[in-house]
Design a protein around this ligand. Structure first.
Ligand SMILES: [Zn+2]
Length: 336
């Protein structure tokens, strides 16, 4: 039996469990796959089963209660979580060395490496979960390398990321990669319905989310929708000053400014691919916007130039400090 809190990935979860129980699993794992498909939750489930009174991650008992809710502690008897911190949103070396959690004013019982070497509680492993592993700073990663390569018996690292290409290569090569696919559309929509989403939004929500739960939050969904509309407007010749608002970073977002541009740029890539599809007589994947797309596709246009501009912008995101000129440049490439 699996945790009722985790959706989908049945075969993968069963395989992980079987391998864990028969001791045929690597010490360090890298969970990869699209954002918002539940990679982190599957990792937590492995730890939760061991603290569950029924050993099933039942979701009901005292042991499982420690894993419920949004405010999951950074340290549990068999689990240590390392997450990006601060305005820069990175995993700093002092977090790894001293187990410091400055945002929350607390300190773990020890540094990560020391923690990895403690004896696990009876019947448990020790799990070290590195969330958003692409945000490990280089010196933090280097400090972890040796322990990650060969964790002490009974200790497992799980690094989770939707951007494996941005994880430092020396780390990647020391982990076994466990790839996650998107959720089945029906699985994702069932979660959305439990969170109050109504049938009227079904198509848009499913098409934008592509089998992920990244738009469970209504604000995030509306923003993505507004970004699609803004790009459609720019493609249709409207002016940047007039409608580009939703494409620009928000001041109060927890994400770094450059990182906030990833989503609108990826949406633009999807729109451009759809225009190419329509040009070839195929149906667009962004089906709720098929009419606007068809109207745009009626006029032949260069799609290669804008596509290259977007890919170039995406390459510069990690370093870019002033995102507005970047997005303006991409918008300009659409006008030609
Ligand atoms: Zn339980």
């Amino acid at each position: 039996m699996f945790s009722p809190d985790v959706v989908g990935h049945q075969a993968l979860r069963q395989r992980l469990l079987d391998r864990l129980q028969s001791g045929r699993i690597r010490g360090s794992l890298l969970f990869t796959g699209p954002e918002g498909v539940g990679k982190r939750r599957v990792a937590l489930e492995l730890a939760q089963r061991e603290l569950c009174f029924r050993r099933t991650a039942c979701g009901q008992c005292e042991g499982c209660r420690m894993f419920a809710g949004e405010d999951l502690p950074f340290e549990l008897p068999n689990l240590l979580r390392i997450t990006p911190e601060g305005k820069a949103g990175v995993i700093r070396i002092d977090q790894v060395r001293e187990g410091l959690d400055s945002d929350h004013g607390q300190r773990f019982s020890s540094g990560v490496i020391e923690w990895a070497h403690l004896a696990p509680p009876p019947g448990c492993h020790r799990w070290i979960l590195v969330e958003e592993a692409h945000r490990l700073q280089k010196n933090s990663a280097n400090l972890l390398l040796k322990t990650l390569e060969e964790p002490p018996p009974g200790t497992h690292f799980i690094l989770v990321t939707h951007r494996p290409e941005a994880v430092i290569q020396t780390i990647r090569s020391r982990c076994e990669r466990i790839p996650f696919g998107p959720l089945a559309p029906a699985e994702a929509w069932a979660v959305a319905q439990r969170n109050g989403w109504q049938d009227a939004e079904h198509e848009r929500w499913s098409v934008l989310g592509e089998g992920s739960l990244r738009y469970l939050d209504e604000g995030a969904f509306r923003r993505a929708e507004a970004q699609v509309e803004a790009w459609l407007g720019l493609l249709g010749g409207r002016s940047f000053a007039e409608i580009a608002g939703p494409l620009l970073p928000e001041k109060d977002s927890p994400l770094a400014q450059g990182e906030q541009l990833r989503q609108p740029l990826e949406l633009l890539l999807r729109l451009l691919a759809d225009l190419a599809r329509l040009g070839a007589g195929e149906a667009p994947t962004l089906s709720p916007w098929r009419e606007s797309l068809a109207a745009l596709a009626a006029t032949p246009r260069d799609l290669k130039g804008p596509q290259e501009a977007v890919l170039e912008a995406l390459r510069h995101l990690p370093r870019n400090l002033s995102p507005e000129p970047l997005i303006r440049e991409v918008a300009l490439s659409l006008g030609s």
